[in-house]
Design a protein around this ligand. Structure first.
Ligand code: GLU
Length: 479
């Protein structure tokens, strides 16, 4: 560590919604900063004027806030510093470390020369040695960095991968300002990291090939380069870089499906980072334990099942109020779907039951909305493993019993037990029939709790519909 208090940044380009691979990089930035009591910053790299959109910037900032990853200072908007970038490019030209390049972007001559010299698509340094006047600078030109020809290789120490070297002959005099006056990523990133006093650059490993170029720019500017940590990518199940083809990739999509920010955060840290075999971490623990030493070097495979499992664990910790707030973060529409069909007290009790087995907020919401309606009882097949010729009688007895039973879990269970004992069948025979009658399926949270919350009238109505349905079915079979 070259400083006791690191300053790190996340530097997304606002050309799309926040990808979970980038989130993982951001989390590592954040945890590293917090671990050492440093500062975590945000820079919006919007100099690609064609692909950048303010709507994406707004979404990025919103997604970071949702994840509890808002920066410690106001975000820097890269395009606001284009004059300074231009000035630095001129300074480099004045000191002979950069030069104007007047070649047309697709200059045939340039390409032929490059092929003749056997350097493929590398720039053949056509303008490197040309004299130019102030008047020439009025003509369209790009500005190229003059890559020194002195060293054979360029190396840096990556905090995750150790020493990384690149032969200098892989580098050509790369462009730092394009013909349209826009600085390129490699140039602007260095200038802005210097401007923001960044001590550690933590980013995706797809940027490893850019790092040597950036180190050369630091050297040309007479500045120390920051330390670098390149985070492995998140992979899809095919071992490819996780992309749309693999399913959801943006934070917004995961939020909209009902994942909790705390679960996504925990999942993404654990993906390629470990602390013994602990799986569940609160944020303070993560800050305490985080170190790049425990970040894996290989790409990590995204596993939706594990994220769902973790989300379920976090869901069980939610209070009703937190549940409603989390749902509101997706959309007020989902809150309304619930409050339109359930009174608050019932909803609270139902939430406590349904959260025990759900994987997402939306699963709970959908199930609770469905439970507010009498089920269609179409899928009678599902009940067959528990069905017996006594089923109808058992349900009828239970229905009658409702008149003289208290509506709480224990009393309702006792009623069911009495009926099944009397009939000489297992409790499950009646329980599964009741569950099917009430929910249309054979899986649900605690049955007698549900009956108690649903109340006598609704329960009786659903049981009668079930009895009718079985009656119809019997007639079909008997005919
Ligand atoms: N804007 C670049 C990106 O989104 C930033 C890379 C970096 O952190 O240097 O990939």
């Amino acid at each position: 560590m070259n400083t006791p208090k690191p300053r790190v940044r996340f530097a997304p380009s606002p050309t799309g919604y926040l990808h979970i691979g980038s989130v993982r990089t951001t989390i590592f930035n954040y945890l590293f900063a917090r671990h050492y009591g440093g500062t975590y910053l945000l820079r919006i790299e919007d100099t690609d004027l064609v692909r950048s959109r303010t709507e994406y910037t707004t979404a990025l900032i919103r997604s970071l806030a949702w994840l509890g990853l808002s920066p410690d200072e106001e975000p820097l908007i890269q395009s606001s510093r284009m004059d300074e970038h231009m000035q630095s490019a001129r300074d480099l030209m004045n000191t002979g470390k950069a030069y104007p390049c007047f070649c047309e972007p697709n200059d045939m001559q340039e390409k032929i020369e490059a092929l003749d010299k056997g350097i493929g698509s590398k720039y053949p340094e056509t303008c490197r040695y040309k004299e130019y006047s102030d008047a020439d600078l009025l003509k369209p030109h790009a500005i190229r960095f003059k890559v020194p020809h002195t060293a054979q290789t360029i190396s840096f120490n990556d905090m995750i991968r150790g020493k990384i070297s690149m032969p200098m002959d892989q580098l050509d005099d790369f462009i730092i300002v394009r013909r349209d006056g826009v600085p390129t990523y490699n140039f602007a990133v260095v200038l802005d990291d210097l401007f923001m006093d960044i001590t550690h650059v933590v980013r995706g490993e797809d940027h490893i090939p850019n790092t040597p170029k950036q180190i050369l720019i630091y050297e040309a500017l007479g500045k120390d380069a920051p330390d670098f940590a390149h985070i492995p990518l998140i992979l899809g199940t095919q071992g490819n870089r996780l992309s749309k083809r693999d399913g959801s990739v943006s934070v917004e999509e995961f939020r909209d499906q009902g994942f909790l920010p705390s679960a996504l955060f925990n999942y993404l840290v654990r993906l390629g980072w470990s602390h013994g075999d602990q799986e569940i971490f609160n944020r303070d623990e993560l800050i305490k334990y985080f170190s790049f030493d425990s970040v894996g070097k290989k790409g990590a495979i995204f596993d939706i099942k594990k994220l769902e499992w973790l989300n379920g664990i976090y869901l069980r910790e939610l209070t009703y109020e937190e549940f409603i707030k989390a749902l509101k973060d997706i959309s007020q529409y989902h809150v309304d779907r619930l409050t339109d069909v359930w009174p608050k007290e019932a909803l609270k009790q139902l939430f406590e039951l349904y959260k025990q087995r759900a994987k997402t907020l939306l699963e709970i919401t959908d199930d609770l909305v469905a439970f507010s309606q009498s089920p269609d009882l179409e899928n009678l097949e599902a009940l067959m493993p528990w069905y017996s010729d006594k089923t109808l009688l058992l349900v009828e007895s239970f229905l009658e019993g409702l008149d003289y039973t208290e509506f709480n879990h224990d009393a309702l269970l006792a009623l069911a037990r009495d009926i099944t004992t009397e009939a000489g069948v297992k409790l499950v025979t009646l329980a599964q029939a009741l569950r099917f009658a009430l929910t249309g399926g054979v899986n649900s949270p605690s049955l007698f709790e549900l009956v108690a919350i649903l109340g006598k009238d609704h329960t009786a109505e659903r049981l009668q519909r079930f009895i009718q349905r079985i009656g119809q079915e019997k007639r079909i079979v008997d005919e």
